[in-house]
Design a protein around this ligand. Structure first.
Ligand SMILES: Nc1ncnc2c1ncn2[C@@H]1O[C@H](COP(=O)(O)OP(=O)(O)OP(=O)(O)O)[C@@H](O)[C@H]1O
Length: 606
């Protein structure tokens, strides 16, 4: 705790300072001045009691105490005003810190390489940061200002006591120590318990999501999965409740022990004061002033302990957020292009559209896996040609497509664009040449227009290009037929929104890829899986039209769609086992011929 506190204070101060120097300085400055006002007020009390208890006629004593009384009133008013000012500055800091913290979180999470999302440690840290971590970073700033204010007040009382009677200073601290210990231990108990439950909470959240969102609502009902999911949910919620109850029990025992010890300590403090009075160590006037100071001091001390405890508690959760930030920043930093030397001659502009993309012994293994999903693939993709990737489920086609489109970096081998290893080049320099029609159709909850122009959302919408992409994807009639045309909202969870059929979503997804396409590399992963025959034929025509001009990589299980490809790469267990045009693969006695025969047979008429 003692070791952590300075670090927490430093972190919180840096966070606040970066969010707003003015309001941080104001909060700290006004709190410090409030402390000065507190000391002044207490010394004035001491003066007043000293004067009133002196041996003199009553009226003379009152008259003599008047200036100190006036000072007491002024100092008390000043302390209240400064306290309000410091509170205002602190309140203003909160939203500013929140704003920065949130923006930083989304900068990191959208900047980490895709592979981070396949890593369970990263997922745990992400969940902990989102659960309470980010909020705790903001709260910590407020806590630290509170702690500073309370510490200043305690210091102010201690200074006053030092002037009144220094022997009393240790008494100020003695009474508060047991409660402080109890508060810190309680916080730690809760944190340790929460931390050990992150994985279960993540599973719980997942099961809740499966039950309460519209994407799983159909399947859940078709398969009557509700009771089973509820059973899983209940088991986890019961375990969570049990864990909460255990923490509550331990916390209560700790707090009760703290309170009991504190009661003993307070009794001791007053016993010592009485003893000092009885033995004449302190006169009555000083004892009276000391009682006022100790009263204020113990209130300030308990505020200080609450503040230390809250700093500690929020600090534990804020550490989750800092851990996430560090992990995410590390993930971002280990990207090979960041370690690569700067381009010669300072040329950091976009790479030209590649003439040849060469995969040299490329492998990729997902985090935590024992085997490679792509295993030593060497392949040349030329501009103007179509390369088809075929193979059975799980053979590595999509993974290879993700490597080609730069979503993942190979764990072995290299991908060269005209001889340049793209892993060592800033993605911003080559990614604009890559367009993807993904296998997993993303149903963006936007208008039809935004959904299509997402891949070029930074530039103004190009009407002609939009219409062409939608037409080529077979989506134009559908979009123009919407009640609100291109401005139709595609999410029924919002007013005026609508939903689409599976094939319609896929058309929209193709339109998105085609709208982005700049005749560089287009990767189309199962783009026709949900399309009807007419739409499928139209899309394959569109892809074929790129032939001679751009590089196309097409993944399809429907081999009829790939017969025109310049080369067909057959994958098995991540390895490239056959390569060539359709005719030569059919003529040879390999896996492709077998797949082709199977499909041809299923189309053959009796
Ligand atoms: N995110 C992931 N994390 C771990 N393993 C994965 C991940 N995605 C895919 N895999 C595994 O990698 C291997 C290759 O998967 P991939 O999706 O590339 O196959 P595919 O050939 O595209 O299959 P399909 O024809 O079914 O689309 C499979 O064994 C799969 O289980």
């Amino acid at each position: 705790m003692a070791r952590r506190l300075p670090r927490l204070l430093r972190q919180a101060f840096t966070t606040a300072w970066t969010a707003s120097r003015t309001w941080t300085a104001t909060a700290v400055g006004l709190s410090a001045f409030a402390g000065v006002a507190t000391t002044t007020a207490l010394l004035a009390v001491s003066d007043v009691t000293g004067t009133l208890f002196a041996a003199a006629p009553t009226w003379d004593r009152v008259a003599a105490a008047a200036p100190s009384l006036a000072l007491l009133a002024a100092a008390t008013a000043a302390r209240a005003t400064l306290g309000i000012g410091a509170g205002y500055a602190q309140q203003r800091l909160n939203p500013l810190v929140l704003n920065r913290t949130e923006r930083e979180f989304f900068r990191l999470i959208t900047g980490v390489p895709r592979s981070a999302f396949d890593d369970d440690t990263f997922a745990d840290r992400l969940k902990a940061a989102k659960d309470r971590g980010s909020r705790a970073v903001v709260d910590l700033v407020g806590d630290v200002v509170d702690l500073f204010t309370a510490a200043v007040t305690v210091a102010a009382v201690a200074v006053a006591l030092a002037v009144i009677e220094p022997v009393l200073i240790p008494l100020l601290f003695a009474a508060a120590l047991p409660t402080g210990w109890a508060a810190v231990r309680s916080a730690r108990l809760m944190y340790v318990s929460s931390r050990s439950r992150v994985s279960r909470r993540r599973r719980l959240w997942m099961v809740e999501y499966l039950m309460d969102n519209r994407w799983t609502a159909d399947d859940l009902r078709y398969h009557e999965a509700g009771p089973w999911l509820r059973g899983q949910h209940r088991a986890m919620v019961d375990a969570e409740t049990q864990a909460d109850l255990e923490v509550i029990r331990s916390q209560t025992v700790t707090r009760a022990t703290g309170q009991a010890l504190s009661g003993v300590a307070v009794a001791g403090v007053y016993a010592i004061l009485l003893w000092m009075l009885a033995t004449g160590t302190v006169p009555l006037a000083v004892a009276a002033a000391a009682v006022v100071a100790l009263g204020q001091g113990s209130a300030a001390m308990s505020n200080l302990l609450v503040a230390v405890n809250t700093v500690y508690e929020d600090g534990l959760y804020a550490a989750d957020r800092h851990e996430f930030d560090t992990l995410a920043a590390e993930r971002i930093a280990v990207q090979p292009h960041l370690a690569a030397p700067a381009p010669a001659g300072g040329d950091a502009g976009p790479l030209p559209v590649p003439e040849v993309i060469e995969l040299v012994d490329v492998s990729f293994r997902y985090p935590g896996k024992e085997t490679d999903a792509v295993n030593g693939v060497s392949l040349v993709i030329r501009r103007g040609e179509t390369t088809a990737l075929v193979g059975e489920n799980g053979s590595g086609k999509t993974t290879l497509a993700k490597l080609l489109s730069g979503l993942y970096t190979p764990t072995g081998g290299r991908i060269l664009w005209d001889g340049v290893d793209i892993a060592r080049i800033d993605p911003g320099r080559w990614r604009p040449h890559v367009a993807v029609i993904a296998q997993q159709v993303q149903r963006w909850p936007f208008t039809a227009e935004l959904s299509v122009r997402l891949g070029r959302s930074q530039v103004p919408a190009d009407r002609e290009r939009l219409a062409a992409a939608a037409r080529d994807a077979g989506a134009l009639d559908m979009i123009e037929g919407f009640d609100h045309g291109w401005q139709q909202l595609l999410d029924t969870e919002f007013r005026g929104g609508t939903d689409l059929s599976g094939g319609q979503w896929q058309r929209l997804s193709s339109a998105r890829g085609l709208y982005r396409d700049e005749l560089g590399l287009l990767v189309a992963d199962e783009p026709s899986a949900a399309l009807d025959a007419r739409a499928e034929a139209a899309l394959f025509d569109t892809l074929r039209a790129r032939s001679g001009r751009a590089a196309t990589v097409l993944i399809s299980h429907r081999l009829q769609g790939v017969v025109h490809a310049d080369q067909i790469a057959v994958l098995q267990d991540g390895a490239l086992i056959e390569l060539g045009p359709h005719r030569s693969l059919v003529d040879s006695d390999g896996a492709y011929r077998e797949l082709w025969s199977l499909q041809a047979r299923s189309y053959a008429t009796e």
